[in-house]
Ligand binder design. Structure first.
Ligand code: SAM
Length: 282
């Protein structure tokens, strides 16, 4: 059987008894036109390996293979999905490897060849955790070229947010520090089965070769976490204890200690991180 002659996804779900489980964040995409549209946001896949998290019954997996991905490595925790995924694997011999288990615990790298793109309709329960891990690897550039990910719209907005907006916070700074980010399109709840309560959005994130501004990534993460943990407070209060003379450090880089975290640009956060690093090295 070829990929295009696989049965419709509704039939696959029925045949394999894949009643959606809320605890696993299961909201399936059954429209192959839509999964094709998501796969195409990742650009040309023909010379890439693709990492997919949570293939479920395999709607997006099929689209990635039909768009020409060299190989798809898919991590799925729900054992019930394996026979359905096995059928896709048989229709695309040698091009789909399924790793069964928790994506937070499995290292997919041994199964992947470069270049690597990540494409996933993420389970909501682990989506943000996975994103933060992808954005904060030990080395930069990371192993992946791009991330094309489905999130709740609210999370997508936090990734692309600009200073001064309510959505601006840790995710925006971590993502925009070393990546280009954009929201591709939104999807209404009815696009999924069963429909979730919220609107979703596909985000495309491309890794830059180097950070936009110089900063130690670990210190930047720490500064941003502290600053936004108490986002209503002035920086002199929220960053208290980070370095002995925090007001002087802020003033040295031209930041008024009375400002709040959400007013700082990415460049200012990077400058503040560098000043923190230097103050600690004294
Ligand atoms: N990709 C499919 C689609 O678009 O129809 C399913 C998407 S559904 C939102 C999320 C999928 O992630 C489910 O199949 C679920 O079983 C799986 N999942 C949930 N937690 C997981 C985890 N920790 N590791 C791997 N897969 C997980």
């Amino acid at each position: 059987m070829s990929l295009s002659s696989l049965p419709p996804l509704r039939e696959v779900i029925e045949t394999h008894g894949l009643a959606a489980r809320k605890s696993l964040g299961q909201n399936f995409l059954l429209d192959l036109n839509l999964t094709g549209k998501i796969a195409r946001q990742a650009g040309d896949l023909t010379d890439c390996d693709v990492l997919e998290i949570g293939p479920g019954p395999g709607g997006l997996t099929r689209a990635l293979l039909m768009e020409g991905a060299r190989k798809v490595v898919a991590i799925e925790t729900d054992q019930r999905c394996l026979p359905a995924l096995q059928e896709i694997s048989s229709a695309a011999p040698g091009r789909l490897e399924i790793l069964q288990g928790d994506a937070l615990k499995i290292d997919p790298l041994p199964a992947l060849g470069t270049p690597i793109k990540v494409v996933a309709n993420l389970p909501y329960n682990v989506g943000t955790e996975l994103l933060v891990r992808w954005l904060t690897p030990k080395e930069w550039p990371p192993y992946w070229q791009s991330l094309t990910l489905m999130f709740q719209r609210e999370v997508a907005q936090r990734i692309v947010a600009q200073p001064g907006s309510k959505a601006y916070g840790r995710l925006a700074v971590l993502a925009q520090f070393r990546c280009d980010v954009r929201i591709c399109f939104e999807l209404p709840p009815q696009a999924f089965s069963p429909p979730p309560k919220v609107t979703s959005a596909v985000v495309h994130i491309t890794a830059l070769p180097a950070p936009r501004f110089a900063a130690n990534p670990k210190i930047l993460s720490e500064v941003v976490a502290r600053a936004f943990n108490q986002r209503r407070k002035m920086l002199r209060a929220s960053l208290k204890g980070m370095v002995p003379e925090v007001e002087a450090v802020l003033e040295n880089v031209g930041i008024d200690p009375k400002r709040r975290a959400e007013t700082l640009s990415l460049e200012e956060f990077c400058a503040l991180s560098e000043a923190t690093r230097l103050a600690r090295a004294k």
